[in-house]
Ligand binder design. Structure first.
Ligand code: GN1
Ligand code: MG
Length: 359
């Protein structure tokens, strides 16, 4: 069967295939494969079809349980508060003919959600949209603060920097594709290790009982928000990683993409700089959105969180490079090394910029 026929027949578990006009790739996520579904006679896509990467999300039942719990909770609150246009503000997953929100076809897992009408993604933000994003992600955490139904830790230790550093150590020790022979690679390994203790501060605060875990989004990249035509935040998407974490996850990971003047994988390090105007705007919005629950310890460590996420992402890209590119999609052989350099440059710039805030 051709790929197109395969996609059509998979979509057929959720929707009427006779009405499908086309199915085309959508977005640039590094984990799942995403497609937009156009229906006959309509100008905008109507649905999003997604192949779930079950090597990363090994418990698909838990994954969909988490997402349904979170979206239902947010939807109910929006309804209770009389928020307009709810279908464009919270994701909705379709039930398949199996009565679940996913199907298993062969060895692959698939799901379908509604496409949010008149929405766009952005790769960059302005101070105004960063402020709005701060409120939105703060609100997202606030909306989930009273969720009683448990949300599973879908990827255990996902943002645990001590665990990520241990994975890097294991990769270096195994060196399965011989990439440790290179001097630059050895230099990065040393630079990362030298800061490991300082950057693990969050995990120590947690063990000391000073830092809580809350339900967080855990992948707050700029391109995981949908904006309307007026560039107002409409909807938070990509809910796969919603799980208990430190609020540092949502604060730091947003700035990792939003405050970077270059691209996540920019080969030209001269483009990369940590933009404090975006930092300050996002901080203002985030403090506003989280004022009902944020503790002083959480608030005081937000500058640390801003540095932690480029550091952690450098560790993760670097470990994947040494492991021979088994986790992130790559477009060329050195891609994960290019990403490592770019994230490290951002980390250094962030340290310089927020240093004054530490003292
Ligand atoms: C992955 O799937 P995507 O591209 O939204 C990753 C994030 C990383 C990000 C780096 C489950 O997110 O943690 O920060 O790539 N998601 C997972 O761009 O590992
Ligand atoms: Mg994404």
């Amino acid at each position: 069967m051709s790929e197109i026929n395969t996609l059509h027949s998979i979509a057929g578990h959720f929707i009427n295939v006779a009405q499908i006009e086309s199915i085309q790739p959508l977005g640039n996520g590094l984990i799942n494969d995403t497609f937009k579904i156009m229906m006959k006679g309509q100008e905008q896509p109507k649905f999003v079809l997604q192949h779930i990467n079950d090597k990363v999300f090994t418990d698909v039942e838990m994954l969909q349980h988490n997402i349904e719990t979170v979206t239902n909770h947010i939807r109910r609150k929006y309804e209770a508060n009389g928020i307009p246009d709810i279908d464009r503000r919270v994701l909705h997953f379709l039930k398949a003919d199996t009565e679940k929100t996913y199907v298993k076809v062969g060895e692959e897992y698939w799901r379908v959600m509604d496409f949010i009408a008149d929405s766009v993604t952005q790769e960059a933000v302005t101070p105004q949209s960063a402020y709005d994003a701060g409120i939105s992600f703060g609100d997202f955490e606030a909306l989930l603060a009273d969720l009683r139904e448990p949300i599973g830790e879908i990827i255990p230790n996902f943002h645990n920097i001590e665990f990520r550093l241990k994975q890097l150590d294991d990769a270096i020790a195994a060196d399965p594709v011989g990439r440790m022979a290179d001097h630059e690679v050895q230099d990065y390994a040393k630079k990362i290790k030298d800061l490991a203790y300082d950057m693990s501060l969050g995990e120590r605060l947690y063990r000391e009982g000073k830092l809580p875990k809350r339900i967080c989004h855990c992948d707050t990249k700029v391109n995981n928000m949908l904006f309307d035509k007026e560039v107002k935040v409409l909807c938070i998407i990509d809910l796969d990683t919603v799980m208990p974490s430190f609020v540092f996850s949502d604060f730091g990971d947003f700035l990792r993409s939003a405050a970077n003047t270059g691209a996540e994988d920019d080969p030209d390090l001269g483009n990369i700089h940590f933009n404090m105007e975006i930092y300050n705007a996002f901080l203002d919005g985030y403090l506003e959105g989280t004022k009902s629950f944020l503790t002083p310890v959480e608030r005081d460590h937000l500058p640390y969180a801003a540095c932690l996420f480029p550091y952690m992402q450098a560790v993760r890209f670097f470990a994947d490079y040494i492991n021979g590119d088994t986790y992130y999609k790559v477009k060329y052989p050195e891609h994960n090394m290019v990403r490592t350099r770019a994230q490290w440059k951002l980390f250094e710039s962030c340290q310089l910029e927020v240093d004054q805030l530490f003292s």
